[in-house]
Design a protein around this ligand. Structure first.
Ligand code: SAM
Length: 272
């Protein structure tokens, strides 16, 4: 009995090590040739400590989802200084993450790529149709309940870089604003990289309560199909948990990007 249990454990550990190895390899490859995605961390001064904490949880989730993705992105954290950096450094295993960490702003760190920088913002006029491997997409690292409405649009305009919004309105009607959280945007981009299908990406990532009714029959059918597929994912994710739940993860899990519980913060941008 004991021997059997030890054997099962050994097998499980072997499988985990193998998966970890494959994930590391995918992330290393993404660093060479994956889609560039930046989380802009220059807004820490505009957030409370609690909001910074929420953002850190969202970043942990982004890293975990990226590690599991079949087509991971080349992820950057830029403008990583002060309290933001302190809180990130407290994540067990953060030092070993396969991600670009920059204290410089993206505009400095990616100076030679300025014409390829695209700030993603719900306030942009341009709608994103496709993801272009040559471009680098920037996401505002903000948890603000849209208190700072338009701030990323203004930043992109001031810096003279391109901006674009996700094509949400082409596929669904939201019951509230189209302002999503950082982890939702990252997850949508990753799903799109995998499937090249915005509709699937939106239906799989945006919680049903945020998606309004009033869809066409075709949309409703598509939703049913995707929802059935997504049911497995949701079950595997273990649902949404309170902020702080990721504290339950072991060092090893965080290091591996196995933190797979969605931050509850995906509800917090509704007030826009
Ligand atoms: C919680 S929102 C921050 C809202 C903030 N008030 C602003 O002006 O950007 C976090 C980030 O996710 C990205 N984002 C959220 N919804 C988006 C959408 N519909 N289209 C494109 N980017 C979006 C933006 O980069 C945004 O800065």
């Amino acid at each position: 009995m004991v021997a059997e249990r030890m054997e099962t454990r050994r097998e499980r550990m072997g499988k985990r090590n193998e998966e970890r190895g494959m994930k590391m390899e995918r992330l290393r490859r993404a660093k060479e040739s994956g889609q560039g995605v930046v989380v802009d961390l220059e807004f820490a001064d505009l957030m409370t400590d609690g909001e910074i904490h929420s953002l850190v949880q969202q970043i942990m989730y982004c890293y975990a989802v990226n590690g599991r993705s079949a087509s991971p992105a080349h992820l950057w954290l830029t403008g990583c200084t002060g309290e933001m950096e302190n809180q990130l450094q407290r994540i067990p295993g953060f030092d070993k993450w396969i991600i670009e960490k920059e204290s410089k702003s993206y505009i400095e760190a990616l100076e030679d790529q300025k014409e390829n920088l695209v700030y993603l913002t719900a306030d942009a006029e341009t709608v994103l149709d496709e993801l272009d491997l040559k471009k680098i997409y920037i996401i505002g690292g903000l948890v603000d309940r849209n208190r700072w409405k338009g701030i990323t649009m203004k930043k992109a305009n001031d810096q003279g870089i391109q901006s674009a919004r996700l094509p949400i309105g082409n596929y669904l009607k939201m019951s509230s604003s189209q302002v999503l959280t950082v982890n939702q945007v990252v997850e949508i981009l990753l799903k799109f990289l995998e499937t090249k299908n915005w509709k699937d990406a939106f239906f799989q990532v945006i919680p049903q309560r945020k998606r309004g009714g009033d869809q066409s029959e075709a949309e409703a059918d598509a939703e049913t199909e995707v929802a059935e597929d997504a049911a497995d994912v949701v079950t595997a994710d273990g649902g949404e948990l309170d902020m702080g739940d990721t504290d339950e993860a072991t060092d090893e899990e965080v290091n591996d990007g196995c933190v797979n519980k969605k931050p509850r913060t995906d509800e917090t941008e509704d007030t826009a």
